[in-house]
Write a protein that binds this ligand. Sequence first.
Ligand SMILES: Cc1cc2nc3c(=O)[nH]c(=O)nc-3n(C[C@H](O)[C@H](O)[C@H](O)COP(=O)(O)O)c2cc1C
Length: 319
Amino acid sequence: MHHLGESGIVAAVVNAGAMGFITARSFSSTDALRGDLRRCRALTGGRPFGVNLTLSRRAEQNREVADWIRTALEEGVRHFESAGASPEQLVEPIQRGGGLLIHKCPSVRHAVSAQRLGVDALALVGLEEGGHPGANQLSAFVNGAYALEEIHIPLVIGGGIGNGRQIAAALALGADGVVMGSRFMVATEIVAHDALKQRIVAAGAHCSTAILASLGDTWRVMDNEAAREVQRLEAAGARRHSEFGDLILSSRTRQRVYRDGEVEAGIVSLGPAGGFADAIVPAAQIVGQLIGEAAQAAHAFARRVVDADASCPATGAVS
Ligand SMILES: Cc1cc2nc3c(=O)[nH]c(=O)nc-3n(C[C@H](O)[C@H](O)[C@H](O)COP(=O)(O)O)c2cc1C
């Protein structure tokens, strides 16, 4: 999570038994990234955590990626998540260094290509994803069901997942896990103004909207004044990123929304999963709640399967 995914929240989810990725692109220098990796290692006491490598479609913005990988490997990181573009250039250096690469993408076609390139695992996101779900028009569960026909390496699905029931459903579908972001925006350890977290807690299922689809750069974000202004400019014909001024810049979001708490003033990546957030609490509490909900849903599902089998043995529903 750009500008938010750093050692505090990553260590908190890792220590709670989940997996977290530090977003390399958030750091102003490789030294700053190295410092945060060391801090995360100290906070997690040897548990594995990962580094997210968000690639840009503009090659000049990917110049530091090789340094990020080298630095992370030197600091003992072995789990990497790539996103944003083809992982072609990343597979070899990561695997040569003893690392594993999970590639995140929004379409089954790209997932199949990444599998062919030799990535170790895949994260497939649907159009509900907070952030950049691309031009994909399929939901997480439709995408996931199609992908399972063609993917033979570990696969997690995500986009819109904010409740444990959905985790149980993803596992029942056949996925190996889920990827989540929006639901954790309200975690105590997320370094963002409380006004933003309170805004998300107060919001419901319709807390998000899509912007920049007309530029071929669909971005699912919090439905606020800044997002509506972007949509107005798009409706008026803006078709180049430069036509939106600093409205869509992450530096504006970081300063005005995350730091100053002006929740209407900048674009915040967020999907409908944010609507499930009901309190500002430590990440461990969110993970615990999700696992509890998932276990309850899984037990209820198992009971239904057994009941269905008993009442209709000819179906052979359970072997
Ligand atoms: C505030 C925020 C920032 C994000 N930044 C990034 C990013 O920099 N790189 C990336 O690969 N994904 C990013 N994402 C996407 C998440 O890593 C994850 O794929 C997504 O949140 C899952 O969908 P969900 O939000 O519906 O749970 C971001 C998501 C949010 C909510």
